[in-house]
Design a protein around this ligand. Structure first.
Ligand code: SAM
Length: 203
């Protein structure tokens, strides 16, 4: 069952995800100069899309595994994305590196959620933005989503409530976490977290 679900996942084009990225990019506002980090590269449609949409920036993708990656199906922008195998709670990058971090339909399956937020805060440049979209843990289908994921995609999956996500962001140092969009009755929630220009020592 588990391997069947994984194979189905690998075959499904993530077209809905790339529309989620378009939607997020329309809302991020002004960004500092610098590269973009995509956490949870998956099949690669997301990094390919970002490399076309943000053609003047270097896109870096990380994933814990590249078994679903489909380079032969991807159309990259002028700068080919750099791919790194790494786990989100332990980002192998220097502090204050990225202008934008995207975390689209990935946070629910990551370990150490608090550490992930702290790491994203650390690697963002001052003024940089975390653009995030994920499922709403309070939605009526959230328990079913979790069950299906536990069956074959990831035993770690947890559908977080909006309040939990906002609190994790605040604890990590983002002063004003924002819900960028939440359709009434919808299952997806979009968030924006901007790192302040100046970070006080006692954040
Ligand atoms: C549902 S896919 C999302 C892919 C992509 N963001 C999209 O929307 O098309 C989640 C991805 O997160 C990756 N992932 C799971 N645990 C991870 C971890 N600890 N660190 C980095 N990536 C991880 C999985 O391998 C998978 O490719």
């Amino acid at each position: 069952m588990a391997s069947l679900l994984k194979r189905l996942f690998a075959l499904t084009p993530m077209t809905r995800s790339t529309s989620a990225y378009t939607f997020g990019l329309e809302r991020v506002g002004t960004l500092p100069s610098g590269p973009v980090l995509e956490i949870g590269t998956g099949q690669g449609y997301s990094v390919a899309f970002l490399s076309r949409a943000l053609a003047d920036r270097q896109v870096v993708g990380i994933d814990i595994t590249y078994e679903c990656f489909k380079p032969e199906r991807l159309e990259f922008g002028p700068r080919k994305p750099w791919l790194v195998q790494a786990s989100a709670p332990y980002l192998p990058f220097a502090s204050d590196t990225f202008a934008l971090v995207s975390l689209v339909m990935t946070f629910h399956c990551l370990p150490e959620p608090q550490r992930v937020f702290r790491e994203v805060f650390r690697v963002l440049k001052p003024g940089g933005v975390l653009m995030m979209a994920d499922v709403d843990g309070q939605h009526r289908i959230a328990p079913w989503f979790e069950r299906i994921e536990h069956l074959g995609i990831s035993s770690l999956t947890r559908a977080y409530r909006v309040e939990e996500i906002l609190a994790l962001g605040k604890e990590a140092g983002f002063p004003e976490p924002q819900i960028a969009y939440r359709k009434p009755g919808g299952f997806m929630v979009w968030y924006l977290f901007r790192k302040p220009q100046e970070v006080s020592d006692g954040r």
